[in-house]
Design a protein around this ligand. Structure first.
Ligand SMILES: *Cc1c(COP(=O)(O)O)cnc(C)c1O
Length: 376
């Protein structure tokens, strides 16, 4: 039996007619960049994320960069974030000229440790603390970071909070939607995200009138009014085709999320009845986990297990094999192995299993049966 990590064709088959219809509308209109389709999506996403505004942008990465720019973060500044995330999180901070300050993760949720943030702040000199401008928590795998303590710390030290919610559209923290909690919420429409486009795309949510106006101007090279530039922005525009497709998919997102959650529950039952209690399953610390990934942690031989499953035609992935503080490009930060042990442990022991909505009961049974057959 074949079990891919993700099956986007199955999803496309279920919405093909609608997608073809709206893309044809875009072709007929010949309105390709920003415009009515993008504005419509912005209204829908703002509502879905319970945020006042949403601004469509060119990717999740650009959502992070343009948010940092809107918060005036750049050379001489620093931003606290996690080393256990997709590269774009810390990459965006560095791209603005600011310095990422890593804080280790919580071993249960893989999200940034709030105790760790407090300790890092406490260990900073006055000079270091004066450079610190923001915190960028990541809602990893579809579950929100522990936002209350983060907001408290941010308030106390005058820091902006930029949520990297690329994996967490629709996730909730104490009844609040991801992206509506901090100053900015950054989402990605990369095809493998829960709400994926047919190419690159992203969106920023905010509740601030001031940030909203600034984001809109930064998105078009800082041009306002047209061809007058008080600030330097970039080309961070979303195109109409992607917006139209994402709008169609948004209507199905809650149904897909429910299917992912049901699959997660089924894995829990299957792992329990297989007696696989040496494998750590995702810990649900928040009520609405949207399971962009279902990530297990194994005691040892993670890479062997991955190969074993690959031979059984089961797709898995390692998110992420090298924590960011050990990436070559960040060697100037002078971090070394052992600095963030929880992230390093996760990087070498975790494995993402297929969790996509169209996954069948039989396929899940097969995955767990194969894992049971592996000798750890
Ligand atoms: C996907 C992702 C991004 C970047 O999104 P792109 O649309 O690929 O630029 C940023 N952060 C995290 C945590 C992601 O998973």
């Amino acid at each position: 039996m074949k079990v891919p990590l993700l099956d986007l064709k199955a999803q496309y088959n279920s919405i093909r007619e609608e997608v073809l219809k709206v893309t044809q509308e875009v072709y007929e209109s010949q309105y390709f960049i920003l415009g009515p389709k993008v504005e419509a999506l912005e209204k829908e996403i703002a509502q879905y994320c319970s945020s006042k505004y949403a601004i469509g942008v060119s990717s999740g990465t650009d959502a992070l960069i343009v948010s940092l720019m809107a918060a005036d973060i750049g050379p001489g500044d620093s931003v606290i974030t996690t080393p256990y995330t997709f590269f774009a999180t810390a990459g965006s901070i560095a791209r603005t000229g600011a310095v990422p300050v890593f804080v280790d993760i919580d071993p249960d949720t893989y999200n940034i440790s709030t105790k760790g943030i407090e300790n890092t702040l406490a260990a900073m000199t006055d000079d270091q603390r004066s450079k610190l401008k923001g915190i960028m928590p990541v809602h990893l795998y579809g579950q929100c970071a522990d936002m209350d303590p983060i907001l408290e710390i941010a308030e106390k030290h005058g820091l902006v909070v930029i949520e990297d919610a690329a994996q967490a559209i629709g996730a909730e923290y104490k009844g609040k939607r991801a992206g509506s909690i901090g100053d900015f919420g950054c989402f990605s429409f990369f095809p493998s995200k829960n709400l994926g486009a047919f190419g690159d795309g992203g969106i920023v949510t905010t509740n601030s009138d001031e940030f909203y106006e600034k984001l809109k101007i930064l998105r078009v090279h800082g041009s306002y009014p047209k061809y007058f530039h008080k600030i330097i922005g970039g080309n961070f525009r979303l195109d109409a085709l992607q917006a139209a497709i994402v709008s169609v998919k948004l209507k199905y997102l809650d149904g897909w999320t429910t299917a992912r959650q049901e699959n997660a529950n089924r894995y829990r039952e299957l792992f329990a009845s297989a007696g696989l209690d040496n494998i750590k399953l995702p810990v649900e610390s928040q009520k609405r986990h949207i399971y962009n990934q279902f990530v297990i942690s194994v005691p040892e031989k993670r890479d062997d297990l991955r190969l074993f499953l690959q031979e059984a035609e089961i797709g898995t992935e390692v998110y992420y094999p090298v924590p960011l503080h050990l990436q070559e490009c960040f060697s100037y930060l002078n971090c070394k192995k052992g600095d963030f042990p929880v992230s390093e442990h996760a990087a070498s022991h975790t494995l993402a299993l297929p969790i996509y909505p169209e996954l069948t009961e039989d396929q899940q049974g097969y995955v767990v049966e194969k894992i049971k057959g592996f000798s750890f």
